[in-house]
Design a protein around this ligand. Structure first.
Ligand SMILES: [Zn+2]
Ligand SMILES: [Zn+2]
Length: 181
């Protein structure tokens, strides 16, 4: 089973915008999801260090999509493979592949969930506590959508796919919440 820890609960309000940043550990995989806009870099590195993980230990970064609020701090991690909707990147190597079904470890899988942007993906994590979905399909608990969603119909469709497999949602700009199943 994979271990999932949320390093920072994101928000989007009058006080500012921060993306939800998470850590996934599963065997050799040490992955950060969405190292984006945060108050200061210590907002990511502080919780990470407390969990006994240094930036050098991180092996992979997963991007839910390409907006800066989810990407601007990738370079905090010096030697990582980076995964998005259509490729894996490592140093100067760009390996094209569709994200759908990509298995990063036994308990971590990617799913293509376009709608907010055409480039959105969801990360599914099998934990002791059920399957968690790290996704921008939900901005926060109860959100109907995002004013920036380019295809609300696709958001609704892919929410349905996620609801079939996940019991916990880690939303793009909010605290984790459980689904009524
Ligand atoms: Zn976005
Ligand atoms: Zn966002």
């Amino acid at each position: 089973m994979a271990r999932l820890d949320v390093l920072l609960d994101g928000y989007a309000s009058d006080k500012g915008v921060a993306g939800t940043v998470s850590l996934i550990r599963d065997g050799d995989l040490v992955a950060i999801v969405d190292p984006g806009m945060v108050p200061t870099r210590a907002s990511i590195l502080g919780p990470l260090t407390k969990m006994g993980v240094s930036p050098e230990d991180v092996t992979d970064v997963i991007l839910s999509h390409h907006h800066p609020d989810h990407t601007v701090n990738i370079a905090l991690f010096p030697d990582v493979r980076i995964h998005d909707h259509w490729a894996m990147y490592h140093n100067d190597q760009w390996t094209s592949r569709p994200a759908e079904g990509v298995q990063l470890s036994s308990g971590v899988r990617l799913m293509e969930t376009p709608g907010h942007t055409p480039q959105d993906i969801t990360t599914l994590v099998e934990t002791d506590d059920g399957v968690a979905a790290l996704t921008h399909l939900w901005v926060f608990e109860g959100s109907e959508g995002n004013r920036l969603d380019v295809a609300p119909d696709l958001v609704a469709e892919h929410r349905g796919r996620v609801l079939e497999v996940a019991s916990l949602i880690i939303p793009g700009h909010g605290s984790p919440f459980r689904l009524d199943r």
